[in-house]
Design a protein around this ligand. Structure first.
Ligand SMILES: *Cc1c(COP(=O)(O)O)cnc(C)c1O
Length: 365
């Protein structure tokens, strides 16, 4: 089976994992520190905090900027479910905005209408590594004084006008789940811009612990959202491969693009000239749900894995029942979910594989 993704590590990994195990320091040690330093250097910041998942990163971000019961948080209607679940989990209300079908990111033109006096934050998602119109978004957030959290779970290394995603909002969250461009198996990072957020999150992820000169104390009820040393070893190892892996993903995407450019049966997302896309996923949209399902089955029979890329969150059971959304409220998210498919991309896909997969898909029609 050609897997959707299959992360690989350089040979050094075993030696470093052995080192962690024989040291007996399995948390809060040398490697987590080093991983955070690497991230800081990459983003030219001082305020990154390693956490146990992308979801933890999002949860901590909402807590840090003080999102609470009865607040509203604007989010895109098409994303991984975590983007909405964290909002529900702090007792706030997610306010969904439809996506643009050509980039699968929030349609910023629809955003302003959703702003009320309860709006406390916007979570923007760089879906599959593509980036929304950040100029428009940041202008709106300034005008209405609303905080921006970047859910950059998919977009490590993606850029908008030459600036890395994660550097635009007040806080940014990255996921290192195995389907992302860099993995620690489970893990994530929060990037903050203020010392206040940095201190709060660093403490909250460790049960509210605060260290002063000669004592430690627990100053508020936090949680355990720490990243382990083993996870950090994986992350450091993957970090050394990041640029090479993104370059490879872009090469594979180009091969797919060329094969599909004349295929009228599928719709591809477009990457604007001012965007550098890491191609965390390669997503296609078919004409009908039934064709999507048939194609998925056909690919499976040809030993090629494919899957739904992300969820139309308003139509997942919990959200549908709670907020009674209709298809026409978020038509693009609905279509991307019902007719969309992601196909294999990553360092495990050779150029030969890419031609094979693309030819299979074109032959299907
Ligand atoms: C993967 C992902 C998450 C969640 O990350 P985990 O590390 O799996 O918790 C959140 N948002 C988006 C957009 C994602 O793609």
């Amino acid at each position: 089976m050609i897997r959707l993704s299959k992360p690989s590590f350089s040979a050094k990994i075993n030696k470093n994992i052995d080192k962690v195990i024989s040291s007996g320091n399995l948390i809060d040690g040398f490697y987590t520190n080093k991983f955070e330093t690497k991230i800081n250097n990459y983003f030219k910041t001082n305020y990154s905090i390693a956490v146990s998942s992308g979801t933890a990163a999002l949860h901590l971000s909402l807590l840090s900027i003080g999102i609470k019961k009865f607040d509203e948080v604007i989010i895109p209607s098409f994303s991984y479910i975590a983007t909405a679940n964290v909002v529900e989990n702090v007792g706030a209300t997610p306010i969904f905005v439809d996506i643009k079908i050509d980039n699968l990111c929030m349609n910023i033109d629809l955003l302003q209408k959703k702003i009320t006096n309860k709006t406390k934050a916007i979570i923007i998602v760089h879906e599959f590594g593509n980036v929304c119109d950040m100029n428009k978004l940041m202008k709106l957030s300034k005008k209405f004084k609303i905080k921006v959290i970047e859910d950059a779970a998919c977009s490590l290394g993606s850029k908008y006008e030459n600036k890395l995603t994660g550097l635009f909002g007040d806080i940014a969250c990255f996921s290192f789940h195995p389907r992302k461009v860099l993995t620690t198996s489970e893990g994530g990072i929060v990037l903050t811009k203020s010392i206040k957020d940095y201190k709060f999150i660093r403490s909250y992820k460790n049960h509210g612990l605060e260290r002063s000169k000669n004592k430690i104390d627990f100053v508020f009820p936090g949680l355990n959202y720490r990243l382990s040393e083993i996870n950090s070893v994986l992350g450091l190892n993957q970090f050394s491969l990041l640029n090479k892996n993104i370059k490879h993903r872009r090469k594979i995407a180009k091969i797919y693009n060329n094969h599909f450019s004349n295929n009228k049966n599928l719709y591809l997302t477009s990457i604007k000239d001012n965007i550098f896309c890491n191609y965390q996923s390669y997503h296609i949209i078919l004409k009908e749900n039934s064709i999507r399902n048939k194609l998925k089955k056909y690919l499976f029979l040809n030993k090629i894995e494919s899957n739904v890329g992300a969820q139309a969150i308003p139509f997942q059971k919990f959200y549908k029942n709670k907020y009674k959304f209709k298809k026409k409220d978020f038509p693009n998210a609905y279509n991307a979910f019902k007719k969309g498919l992601v196909i294999p991309i990553g360092e495990h896909i050779s150029e030969k594989n890419a031609h094979f997969i693309a030819n299979k898909i074109n032959n299907f029609f």
